[in-house]
Write a protein that binds this ligand. Structure first.
Ligand SMILES: [Zn+2]
Length: 367
């Protein structure tokens, strides 16, 4: 199946008048890597502030089985969201035949939208990479870094500096970023107000960003607000992807405190996205997870062999991913499309539907 989507054109005004649904001017997609319903539930039991998840009215579930396995990884999971195809574990922006598939970020950028990508992992890690890169394996980290330099991304923030500067080809891709019009910062997330005439790159760790437990602080909410301020200057709209990457890593480590702190941090970023969308009234916010990690449960505690229902003891059933359906939360114009139970690649289709874009399948088309 070498078919790929090509954007033809936005709907004409005449077509738009036929429907009552308003189309969003901006999309903010937030992905909690490894964030199943249990991880979401921790924001109701382990923080004083109200959970931002309660602000959503349109909620759904998606099944995330890839073409190669029963249980998905982050690469095929994110490629389903970014490009609308079911593919194999490890695939970055390519279909199951390794044919590159245009991503929504690329389609919207071609239409004049500004774009941003934020992660608490390395910025070349599987989830963020699937929005701007095309390569047969998530392990091709240096190639993904090279592709990011030339991708239609205006703002990015995360870790991964080593894949730009300590490369087997001995090239310095931080210099290349500067040549491509990026203001590059490798030390600090500042200034808060960015020069809107430049592109901006923040590479603030060699590989992944520190854990919240290690003092990452407010990097994720701050980068999210910074990106929203910068990207919203453009009148043509923007697409921003924000990943809470390390919810997954806490799940792999079966470390409940790690999961809880990373999910709380992600919840703050969601709050800022919703605040922006509530004021703007023209922004679709979609929050989901690629998969659940850890088979995590908020179990009742067991004391002397008996259930103690006054206490929760988080537990895990695996150090790997699980196949549980993943939650989807939507807000803003087009949010109604995200209700129900569907496949992970339908999230791409629903964003396309919300935007009233015309998608055309063109078998064998090259990028
Ligand atoms: Zn994982």
């Amino acid at each position: 199946m070498a078919a790929i989507f090509m954007l033809a054109a936005c709907s004409s005004n005449r077509e738009l008048r036929k429907t009552n649904f308003k189309k969003p001017k901006n999309i903010i997609m937030l992905i909690g890597d490894g964030m199943g319903l249990t991880q979401v539930s921790t924001t109701y039991y382990y923080q004083d502030e109200p959970s931002n998840f309660s602000r959503f009215k349109h909620i759904g579930l998606h099944q995330n089985m890839p073409t190669s396995h029963k249980v998905t990884d982050s690469a095929s999971g994110a490629t389903a969201f970014s490009a609308g195809v079911k593919t194999y574990n490890g695939a970055i922006g390519v279909d199951q035949d390794t044919t590159p598939v245009p991503t929504l970020l690329e389609m919207l950028a071609a239409d004049g939208w500004k774009t941003g990508v934020i992660a608490t992992s390395s910025i070349v890690h599987a989830t963020p990479a699937s929005f701007y890169a095309h390569t047969a394996s998530r392990n091709n980290l240096e190639e993904i870094a090279r592709q990011l330099v030339y991708a239609p991304v205006d703002f990015f923030a995360g870790g991964g500096l080593q894949f730009f500067t300590e490369r087997s080809d001995e090239l310095n891709y931080v210099d290349s970023l500067s040549r491509e019009g990026f203001q590059v910062n490798t030390t600090i997330l500042a200034p808060a107000k960015l020069d809107i005439k430049k592109k901006h790159a923040f590479l603030l760790a060699a590989d992944g960003m520190p854990k919240m437990q290690e003092g990452r602080g407010d990097f994720l909410p701050k980068a999210t607000q910074m990106a929203l301020d910068y990207l919203s200057h453009d009148k043509d709209g923007f697409f921003l992807m924000v990943e809470g990457s390390q919810i997954d890593w806490g799940g792999h480590a079966n470390d409940a405190s790690y999961v809880i702190q990373e999910t709380r941090d992600f919840d703050k970023a969601i709050g800022l996205a919703l605040d922006f969308a509530a004021t703007d009234r023209n922004t679709l916010v979609v929050v989901t997870a690629d998969h659940e990690t850890g088979g995590m449960s908020l179990s009742a505690a067991t004391i002397f062999g008996q259930g103690d229902y006054t206490k929760i003891t988080p537990s895990f059933s695996t150090g790997n991913h699980s196949a549980a359906l993943a939650p989807v939360f939507a807000y803003g114009p087009g949010a109604e499309h995200f209700m129900g139970i569907y496949q992970n690649n339908d999230i791409f289709n629903k964003m396309v539907l919300a935007l009233k874009m015309k998608s055309v399948r063109r078998p064998g088309t090259k990028l």
